[in-house]
Design a protein around this ligand. Structure first.
Ligand SMILES: Nc1ncnc2c1ncn2[C@@H]1O[C@H](COP(=O)(O)OP(=O)(O)OP(=O)(O)O)[C@@H](O)[C@H]1O
Ligand SMILES: [Mg+2]
Length: 300
């Protein structure tokens, strides 16, 4: 029997970090539900991509949206944004049906690429987020400049605020893009794979930054990633996507053999290896790829 590693998570005995537990305790009294996804199913080109997905997000909470390539993470973001209509089910933003260009929602799409020759400073890109849907912006007012400065400071990007954004490093660009998404003062921030292409240090810095922003600004943050590892220390909740279906709850509730086996529809093991948790699914060897029954290993 060969094995497929589907996901992995850091663990230091317990799989939720102390920060997340403390943050959750402080939020239990009175935090408001900002997003409700209720029994959402989506078909694209006649194929079912999401099946009966349900979860809620509360203000001040940081939630990881975990799933392998093609699991439906971006599709779910597009449903929340009102860009894809669900076949069935409902999405409520602050208790009301969501609409396109809703000012309650900030969004950082997957794989944003910034041209190094683009004559745009980091602070200009953030300023575009203030009224990003309008072309022909007037010169920034003092209030607008103060808001941009505040956001640059919040993401620790003040030192490179005047640099050309396309020439910044990947980690620096990610901070500026987060500030761009935050500057409209959303109550829900959707970040599609914001950790992709970051080295370990930048990844840890961006994750710590997002955890601080969600607490300090009371924003609900949903971060998609195929690797749960970096989010485990700070995550309040997890939405785990597989086969178009979702399991949601705390990391301890969701990243278990029982919950993930039920989600995948076949047995998986949640295995602790050193300081990590691996989600391992047994399956028959793929003969044409692994003639000698070597383990099939895919890390998402
Ligand atoms: N417009 C579309 N028409 C048809 N199928 C689509 C469309 N958009 C996405 N899909 C399919 O839906 C599935 C989910 O895609 P999606 O982009 O949501 O996955 P993802 O979890 O974001 O993957 P990745 O980690 O690679 O970004 C994929 O199989 C994809 O091919
Ligand atoms: Mg995607």
């Amino acid at each position: 029997m060969a094995h497929t590693i589907l996901a992995s998570a850091e663990s230091s005995g317990e799989s939720s970090g102390e920060n997340a537990i403390a943050r959750r305790q402080s939020q239990e009294n009175g935090s408001q539900e900002i997003l409700s996804v209720d029994s959402v199913s989506v078909h694209l080109d006649g194929r079912q991509v999401l099946r009966d997905v349900s979860f809620v997000l509360k203000e001040g909470e940081l939630t990881g949206l975990i799933g392998s390539n093609g699991a439906g993470k971006t599709t779910l973001f597009r449903v929340i944004l009102g860009l894809v209509a669900p076949t069935s089910g409902e999405v409520l933003l602050a208790g009301a049906p969501r609409s396109r260009r809703n000012r309650l929602v900030g969004y950082l799409p997957q794989d944003v690429s910034l041209d190094p020759d683009m004559p745009l400073r980091a602070r200009d890109l953030v300023a575009l987020g203030v009224d990003g849907h309008r072309l022909g912006l007037p010169l920034p007012s003092a209030a607008r400049r103060a808001l941009v400065d505040e956001m640059l400071e919040a993401v620790e990007a003040s030192s490179f605020a005047n640099a050309r954004v396309g020439k910044l490093s990947g980690g620096e660009q990610q901070r500026v893009l987060i500030a761009h998404a935050l500057v409209g003062r959303p109550r829900l921030l959707l970040l599609d794979e914001p950790l992709a292409n970051l080295d370990l240090r930048s990844e840890q810095e961006v994750v710590a930054l997002l955890a601080r922003i969600s607490t300090e600004q009371g924003v609900a943050i949903l971060i998609s990633t195929h690797d749960i590892n970096p989010l485990v220390p700070v995550m309040d909740r997890v939405v785990y996507l597989a086969s178009g279906r979702a399991a949601s709850g705390t990391t301890d509730e969701v990243v278990t053999t029982e919950a993930l086996s039920a989600l995948y529809g076949h047995h998986v093991d949640v295995v602790h290896v050193h300081d990590r948790v691996l989600v391992v699914a047994g399956r028959e060897p793929v003969a044409y790829r692994h003639r000698q029954e070597e383990p099939v290993v895919e890390v998402i």
